[in-house]
Design a protein around this ligand. Structure first.
Ligand SMILES: NC(=O)C1=CN([C@@H]2O[C@H](COP(=O)(O)OP(=O)(O)OC[C@H]3O[C@@H](n4cnc5c(N)ncnc54)[C@H](OP(=O)(O)O)[C@@H]3O)[C@@H](O)[C@H]2O)C=CC1
Ligand SMILES: CC(=O)N[C@@H](CCC(=O)OP(=O)(O)O)C(=O)O
Length: 347
């Protein structure tokens, strides 16, 4: 079988390196080229010694990655991907952006939350925001660019989708309390991710002003068919990987514990990567680390008539590189789980 050539722009970042880890074991693809600005000419294994004798490929530049690959993953800071996607699509390639440049439908949201504009508006008509379990039918033949979802929004959308679609909860009462491991902040050094600052510390940040808010609201509004506004509070958790999102929403009349559980079980019964846990269990980030799974547990506060959903993912896998590979699999017609059968270690 012919192998599809894939390349990574920004392979030296955390999400880029995670893509390498997954793509090296993918049955349908060959890693053709990887790039970096700061480390161009060096081997990737010099930047990440865990890859010594596994991926000693030299880092090249963006244009070489585009020229040598059929599918290009870009894992870069926001604002750089429209220009790269234009070049890639112009050469007949497919482009998957792990950042936010193709996530938001409404340019006004991108302007407000990212302070940037869409310079290549036409490109957005060939792009698609895709959480595979919710949007895979969007990936028609006209789609050549994927806006890979953000890490927090992935955990939240999967955790809320069945109840949001059902109309059995008042989504405008939704409060989302999320915690992310420190790899979520990327490889660059900062005061908040400096070891003495984040170790043994725990605190919210960007309370109710995080840039993932419009992405979360976009998905929940589409699912429910009405405008949704949520309160979203992320926290920095002093672990390397993992996201726990705990979501609190008021149920409407007629939404019993049994009805809601049935909704979730039915929505995800054929979804390999979403596990609805049995009644009484609680989702834990330890059980999804290094894997593409999203675990969901359901809890009911009968005194306040609130549903509490806990959703956990590995921010680097289902929250970034794993979901990007799942999207490539759909775009290229591979088995959806190809390269993604990663069993989470028990400890
Ligand atoms: N970390 C996570 O959990 C998640 C990350 N993402 C997204 O993935 C993308 C990458 O994030 P992450 O890996 O965490 O970030 P990192 O900071 O770890 O890596 C950033 C990468 O971008 C490259 N880069 C930085 N500035 C430029 C520039 N001006 N031009 C070209 N390349 C540049 C760096 O390469 P070099 O310095 O070698 O040139 C590096 O490879 C972001 O869009 C992020 O939003 C999405 C979901 C989750
Ligand atoms: C812990 C931490 O800092 N997390 C990052 C979000 C993760 C991410 O990379 O999101 P994007 O893909 O939208 O950039 C943050 O809060 O900015």
């Amino acid at each position: 079988m012919t192998q599809t050539k894939v390349g990574i722009i920004g392979a030296t970042g955390y999400a880029g390196e995670e893509l390498v880890r997954i793509l090296l074991n993918h049955p349908n693809v060959t890693l053709a080229a990887i790039s970096s600005v700061s480390f161009e000419g060096k081997k990737l294994s010099e930047v990440y010694p865990s890859l010594y004798q596994i991926c000693d490929m030299a880092l090249t530049n963006e244009d070489t990655v585009i020229a040598q690959s059929d599918v290009i993953f870009a894992s870069l800071p926001h604002g750089l991907c429209e220009a790269l996607a234009k070049k890639a699509v112009g050469q007949g390639k497919k482009f998957i952006d792990l950042g936010a440049d193709f996530r938001l439908k409404d340019e006004a949201d991108y302007q407000q939350w990212y302070g940037l504009e869409y310079k290549e508006k036409e490109l957005h008509t060939h792009s698609c925001y895709c959480i595979p379990e919710l949007h895979r039918e969007r990936l028609g033949k006209d789609i050549s660019i994927i806006g890979n979802p953000g890490c927090y929004p992935t955990s939240i959308a999967l955790g809320m989708a069945p109840i949001a679609k059902s109309g059995l909860a008042d989504l405008n009462t939704l409060v989302i309390d999320s915690k992310s491991g420190v790899t979520g902040a990327g490889r660059g050094l900062s005061q908040t991710t400096h070891y003495p600052d984040c170790n043994e510390a725990f605190s919210p940040y960007k309370t109710a002003v995080h840039r993932h808010t419009p992405e979360i609201e976009q998905t929940l509004s589409e699912l429910s068919g009405e405008p949704v506004r949520v309160t979203f509070v992320p926290h920095l958790l002093p672990v390397n990987r993992g996201i726990v999102s705990t979501m609190y929403v008021t149920l409407k009349e007629g939404a019993s514990k049994e009805t809601v559980r049935a909704l979730y079980e039915s929505a995800y019964q054929n979804e390999k990567f979403v596990r609805v846990l049995p009644d009484g269990d609680t989702a834990n980030l330890k059980h999804v680390k290094f894997s593409n799974y999203c675990d969901i547990s359901l809890h009911f506060d009968s005194r306040t008539n609130r549903l509490i959903v806990v959703s956990t993912i590995d921010n680097m896998v289902k929250g970034a590189a794993g979901q990007a590979v799942q999207n490539m699999n759909l775009l290229c017609g591979f088995e959806e789980d190809a390269g993604l059968c990663l069993v989470p270690p028990a400890f």
